[in-house]
Design a protein around this ligand. Structure first.
Ligand code: C2E
Ligand code: MG
Ligand code: MG
Ligand code: MG
Length: 292
């Protein structure tokens, strides 16, 4: 059954299955087995440059595809992985999948675009988090500028010092850093003063077609102008219609991520999209040359 109005990529399990799954003892070993058996699959959602209409990057989003074909969305299992302190393993698995794909695309001669991975705030407490990521990147020989790390500002409430230190180290290791879900919850503008991130992802909360769209867009405009002063690029998340795209383009929003362009898609489809876009680019290049 597909839940109304949600991503059709998900085949939805019903509540009784979920209850059974989460309440059962031994969920930890189930999760560990699922990691070992590659039941987690990584989907890719392009971030589109509104000027060119092309994929300028992508976000890696994990799904749990169980043996029986049931696909569980991340919101349902990420919190469980956090609770059991297994989120580091899962995040690293996703990240390694991304490195593997980036290497594969490079081998194919495709121009890979940066892919971002989500990193749980709990990983910031792992002393070895960054060195593990660097090691994996080196194993696949992927340049750091093809990889980006997304995290939410919620970390700041635990430990602002830790956040600043970790971001600094990530930057030193060559990763670009993005604040995810900005504007949802207690977004702290003072954070922008101290934190040297590369990208700010503006939460879909502003684009939910609420009762005052004009006002939402004014707020978004203000955020974009403000962070551009700090050379921070902006991604608008959860964009579902062309009217919003037009607004955002006028405001100079750098990238748009939303169903209006693409839903998260399996790896093969994503690679195919890059091939298609790059063939078109080469194609037009030849056409130009013919004219000379
Ligand atoms: P997020 O990082 O903010 O990712 C964006 C979410 O918005 C994704 O949901 C994406 O599918 C959805 N989305 C994108 N465009 C649209 C749109 O136009 N309309 C609507 N309604 N939704 C849109 P998804 O894939 O279900 O992921 C949910 C959250 O789960 C993510 O939010 C992220 O916080 C977390 N997550 C996903 N993968 C990972 C992972 O590998 N590690 C960790 N720690 N968290 C992850
Ligand atoms: Mg994200
Ligand atoms: Mg987000
Ligand atoms: Mg979100």
């Amino acid at each position: 059954t597909v839940k109304n109005g949600s991503n059709p990529n998900y085949v939805f399990y019903n509540d009784s299955i979920r209850k059974g799954l989460w309440e059962e003892k031994g969920i930890e070993s189930k999760m560990a087995d699922a990691l070992k058996n590659h039941e987690f699959v990584v989907y890719y959602q392009p971030k589109v440059n509104p000027e060119s209409g092309r994929a300028a990057g992508a976000e890696a989003l994990v799904r749990w595809r169980m043996k029986d074909g049931t696909v569980i969305p991340p919101d349902k299992f990420i919190p469980v992985f956090e609770q059991k302190f297994m989120i580091g393993q899962l995040d690293r698995y996703v990240y390694e999948e991304v490195c593997r794909l980036q290497r594969q695309l490079m081998e194919e001669g495709l121009e890979a675009v940066p892919v971002s991975v989500n990193v749980s705030r709990l990983q910031f407490y792992d002393q070895d988090f960054i060195s593990k990521y660097v090691e994996i990147r080196k194993k696949y020989d992927v340049p750091a500028d093809l990889l980006e790390v997304e995290f939410t500002e919620s970390i700041v409430f635990d430990n602002e010092e830790l956040l600043l230190k970790t971001v600094q180290e990530l930057k030193q290791a060559g990763f670009s850093c993005a604040i995810d879900d900005f504007g949802k919850g207690y977004s702290s503008l003072s954070l922008l003063k101290t934190l040297s991130v590369d990208v700010l992802k503006i939460d879909s909360f502003f684009f939910d077609n609420g009762d005052d769209e004009e006002r939402d867009m004014e707020v978004v405009h203000g955020i974009i102008d403000l962070v551009h002063k700090f050379q921070i690029r902006t991604v608008a998340e959860g964009i579902e219609n062309m009217k919003q795209v037009e607004y955002l383009k006028q405001m100079g929003c750098d990238y748009i991520q939303g169903y209006v362009f693409y839903r998260p898609m399996p790896e093969d489809e994503y690679a195919e999209l890059l091939r298609k876009e790059q063939m078109q680019k080469e194609g037009s290049g030849y056409a130009d040359r013919d004219k000379c």
